[in-house]
Design a protein around this ligand. Structure first.
Ligand SMILES: CC(C)(COP(=O)(O)OP(=O)(O)OC[C@H]1O[C@@H](n2cnc3c(N)ncnc32)[C@H](O)[C@@H]1OP(=O)(O)O)[C@@H](O)C(=O)NCCC(=O)NCCS
Length: 399
């Protein structure tokens, strides 16, 4: 029988609970790794910049009178991040404001506890530790008393997750019962399947109309720093929504997309490229700067994919940039190129280059806004792969 929700609360996991949580999720996500390898992998990724220094918190839903129990009901992880909010007020151009925001991952209930409402309750309680306190209403009496606010969490203006379980479940996890929770925004990808017999793009040398520079790890890190600064100062916001939000890609956020696959990348040469840029990538960006960054998804059970993490290009330059992506994909013997949310103008060019637009039913970006506006009034800018947190892993050979 399910335990009453009011006797449960949300707690920061103890080290023992973190290990227990990972032992549990190992069953779902290790896909071939031994438990030992899986725990070692997590200990390794805990040191990444996007997780270190209290940014990653594991939470458990547990009985109030036994918060450190290893029999907690379900668990999840949050990553504190920097973001930007733009508000259009009184007809003035919206000014960017740097804010705290969160990415959520690894929501997991063990089999024996499922379908009792625990995950949904845990997700609803997460709002109460992530959102800025002044934005929260009165805590619902039927849930007992609110979870304790803790160091390294709180002050959030928005949070996001990437759903693999449809659009509905997380939407039903509101701050209070009956209110809307995380809403899916544009789960769109454009995909190119690369045929082995396809000729290489003609323009395979440096130069051409645009002056290209390949970027290694150091290069993309610097680029994302400049990119974050550029986004933070941007005045180009949603034309349809009064409030726009964005996650920033620096401080290990975008880098996580390739660092997490590091184990699989031994086959690629050292000093491999994760991006290409035309123009100066230093701040302030030249308005003509064109770039793309990527990760290589090369785990055994999926097509080998050049997955674009961040892209900036006017429509007129996109086909030239795409040639470079093809060149990189071929160099790394990849079978597919995938780009999230190209937007209308680039989509047209992408279609003429053979790209197929699809709606994903996994990795669906879902946003929760904590301000007074409704979610329908929010525009999510730069909703690209760079900001996704997805820590399901495939087997790691030899790790
Ligand atoms: C998803 C999960 C966390 C739900 O945990 P739970 O404690 O059983 O969740 P709840 O009882 O609060 O209910 C969640 C709802 O999700 C639904 N759900 C669960 N798995 C689902 C799936 N794969 N696809 C669609 N809906 C799903 C349940 O049917 C339930 O719907 P209901 O509210 O209409 O009854 C749990 O099934 C799990 O750990 N699954 C494996 C890991 C996983 O997929 N995590 C989510 C990654 S985005």
């Amino acid at each position: 029988m399910a335990i009453s929700l009011s006797s449960l609360s949300l707690f920061v996991a103890t080290p023992e609970q973190i290990t227990e949580s990972r032992r549990r999720t190992c069953v779902q996500w290790a896909r071939g790794m031994t438990q030992e390898e899986y725990l070692a992998r997590d200990a390794f990724t805990d040191r990444f910049e996007n997780a270190a220094n209290g940014k990653l918190i594991t939470w458990v839903l547990a009985e109030r009178n036994d918060p450190t129990s290893l029999n907690f009901l379900c668990s999840g992880e949050t990553f504190r991040r920097k973001g930007v909010v733009w508000r259009s007020t009184g007809g003035r151009a919206p000014q960017p404001e740097k804010v705290t925001c969160y990415a959520i991952a690894s929501v997991f209930t063990p089999l024996e506890n499922r379908k009792k409402g625990y995950a949904k309750h845990m997700m609803s309680l997460l709002h109460w530790v992530l959102a800025a306190e002044e934005l929260l209403p009165a805590f619902p009496a039927e849930w007992g008393s609110p979870p304790a606010r803790v160091q390294h969490a709180g002050a959030g203006l928005f949070s996001a997750l990437w759903s693999d379980i449809g659009k509905d479940v997380y939407r039903r996890c509101g701050i209070v019962p009956g209110q809307e929770g995380w809403v899916v925004f544009d789960p769109i990808s454009t995909i190119w399947n690369i045929q082995p017999e396809e000729p290489s793009p003609a323009d395979t040398k440096e130069g051409g109309f645009l002056d290209w520079k390949w970027l290694d790890e150091d290069g993309v890190l610097k680029l994302w720093e400049s990119d974050a600064e550029d986004i933070s100062g941007s005045l180009e916001v949603s034309k349809t929504a009064p409030v726009s939000v964005a996650f920033l890609p620096d401080e290990g956020v975008a880098a996580f997309q390739h660092r997490r696959f590091e184990f699989f990348m031994a086959e690629f040469p050292r000093g491999r490229h994760y991006g290409i840029v035309s123009g100066s990538a230093s701040v302030p960006f030249d308005e003509n700067v064109v770039f793309a960054t990527w990760t290589m998804e090369v785990h055994p059970s999926a097509p080998r994919t050049l997955l674009v993490t961040r892209l900036r290009s006017p429509a007129k330059d996109f086909s030239r940039l795409f040639e470079k992506l093809m060149q990189a994909a071929r160099e790394y013997r990849l079978e597919r190129i995938e780009i999230y949310n190209l937007g209308e103008e680039l989509e047209k060019v992408a279609g003429s280059l053979g790209g197929e637009k699809i709606e994903r039913d996994e990795h669906m970006p879902a946003l929760m806004w904590y301000g007074p506006e409704r979610t329908g009034e929010i525009g999510w800018l730069f909703n690209e792969r760079s900001v996704e947190i997805d820590i399901c892993w495939e087997p790691l050979e030899g790790y």
